[in-house]
Design a protein around this ligand. Structure first.
Ligand code: C5P
Length: 294
């Protein structure tokens, strides 16, 4: 069984405050991208994991392994699965690569093991693994609240090209959130206006309303990200923003070929550059309902 594990960007992320459990209360609009890892699942007596395409440990601490283990424990399923990840989404990038893999394992094994869990039950389990796993199970365009795990699907946006650029360093999400708490005057992008333009499928409104409370923190840690944003803005992008806790910066373009052209312009040795697009592009099914290929 092949399951596509799609990356995401945050079109808007507002941090509302801290919570008793140490996490931060969020309101964020997430968007699935075409860029994906492949997750290959085969029946096996026990759970095993292999990773290709990234320098990532394949032990029991890997989120994909933990997803399989959690699903087995919670349902009492007695068999296992050989899980293979073919990574294309960079690590520690703000693109939810690990969460996408975990979501793909949950929805693929739910089918392969004939468990019959619904998306709400999978989403509940996913939230134990990470704040973005629930969104990755839903996919498409969604408002995510709570820690990020309370997902309200939104209507699909029109097609758009996306350029992703990640310098060759990662950031720790936990560190970025901790530093956010020390900001004297944090930014609060306007989620209500973003929701209005998304519901109207108004892409020119969406690119005007892009915003991310965490950008202030990661840009202060890595000032070169502002230069990168400026550079992307000169390639025909209609909007530019950092995704999640970063450090990936994205540009949005009128169409996918424009993002491909921009990728050619900004390509350099010392960065990862990828042209992609909003997903779905043509009425494909999203998230758990569309991810399983065979
Ligand atoms: O949930 P996830 O494992 O992706 O989160 C990584 C870290 O980011 C958490 O341990 C926490 O420090 C921080 N975080 C947060 N508030 C959120 C999501 C993540 O403080 N809503």
């Amino acid at each position: 069984m092949l399951v596509k594990a799609h990356a995401k960007i945050n079109l808007l992320l507002d941090v509302l405050g801290t919570r008793a459990d140490g996490y931060h209360e969020l309101k964020t609009v997430m968007q699935t991208l075409s860029l994906c890892d492949d997750v290959i699942l085969e029946p096996a007596p026990a759970i095993s994991l292999a990773v290709a395409g990234a320098n990532l440990t394949a032990g029991p601490e890997n989120l994909a392994y933990r997803a399989a283990d959690l699903l087995r424990k919670r349902t009492g399923y007695r068999g296992g699965a050989a899980v293979r990840l073919i990574k294309r989404i960079p690590l520690a990038a703000g693109l939810a690569g690990g969460s996408a893999d975990a979501a793909a394992v949950l929805c693929g094994l739910n089918k392969m093991w004939h468990l019959g869990l619904g998306i709400d039950e999978l989403s509940f389990l996913g939230a134990e693994l990470g704040s973005d796993v629930s969104f990755c199970l839903w996919g498409g365009t969604a408002l995510c609240q709570g820690r990020g795990e309370v997902v309200t699907p939104l209507p699909a946006l029109p097609s758009a090209g996306v350029l992703l650029v990640k310098p060759h360093f990662g950031v720790s999400t936990a560190d970025v959130y901790q530093r956010y708490d020390t900001l004297a005057s944090p930014n609060h992008p306007d989620i209500q206006e973003m929701l209005t333009v998304v519901k109207n499928a108004d892409m020119s409104g969406v690119v005007k309303k892009l915003g991310n409370s965490l950008e202030q923190v990661t840009l202060a840690l890595h000032p070169e990200l502002q230069l990168l944003k400026d550079e992307i803005a000169t390639t025909g992008a209609t909007g530019v923003l950092m995704s999640g806790s970063g450090p990936t910066v994205f540009g949005i373009y009128a169409d996918p070929p424009s993002a491909v052209r921009a990728a050619g312009i900004v390509k350099k040795e010392n960065r990862w550059v990828q042209a992609t697009a909003f997903y779905p592009e043509n009425n494909q099914k999203v998230g758990c309902s569309g991810a399983v290929i065979r």
